[in-house]
Write a protein that binds this ligand. Sequence first.
Ligand code: XMP
Length: 318
Amino acid sequence: DWSMSSFVENTIKEMREKIGDAQVVLGLSGGIDSNVVAVLLHKAIGKRLHCIFVDNGLLRMHEREEVIDFLGEHFDLNVKCVDAARLFLDKLKGVDDPEKKRKLIGYTFIDVFNEEAQALKNVKFLAQGTLYPDVIESESFKGPSAVIKSHHNVGGLPEHMDLKLVEPLRELFKDEVRKVATELGLPEHITWRQPFPGPGLAIRILGEVTDERLEILRQADRIVQHELHATGWYRKMWQGFAVLLPLKTVGVMGDDRTYEHVIALRLVDSIDAMTADWSRLPNDILARMSNRIINEVKGVNRVVLDISSKPPATIEWE
Ligand code: XMP
């Protein structure tokens, strides 16, 4: 693709000029955006790029191992894994407001980063995989509506932050990032990985984030991911995931009444996340997800399907 190869070439050149001989830190999430930024910057400045993977305790099952193993095996990148799970989860105690969760996670993320960056010498830049839709949704002054959500990875750097931002994907939409990834030779399971939000499972647990609720959501989500891959729907869909609702409902098991959690399935089609529609998945696949979640995840006795489009709903529930 001509336009993508010139994007890659120009971006590498631009980054080299902008960064000079400084060191750069990058938050690696394992998603396609930060992977593309990592490979682009690695091409531009080599080992002066320092990737930091923060385990914030809000990741999906086995995510940490998958990201670190992959990068270790396939790229010659500087990658450090920081275990900050307890720090994030302690801060989230008692917090149930969606915007508070997002801000808290965003600031904590930046704090962890700044600390890591200070341990390195001559770090002047923080690289991020910000995309165009993140930029416009966060710039409230540009639209008639107020800020939709404070994306944890856009703006709002604290005063004491002494790093400048490098955001090479700032003008791209997701489908363009996938083209760049292909151009860079990234493997399909990265290129076609569904988006996962920076604040992680915290914004898919409505209400307070606790260890117990995280465990329930992780297990339910794993079943959804498994069924999407097994049926080939993973690639056909923008995103498919589970959400844990902040309520319990009555059910029956054998002769006993149960009173347990509800999982919502959010399965959407989209081109660029600006608009989305719920995926018309075959009923037998939905039935299988529901049966498996209720039978296999302790503490869940009901599964519901989200059939709202964006707008007016959003893809995530918080
Ligand atoms: P919404 O819920 O706004 O989501 O319709 C649009 C897309 O963005 C993802 N998303 C995020 N990604 N940091 C991210 O990196 C965030 O804070 C964030 N919030 C939402 C969401 O998963 C969907 O793909």
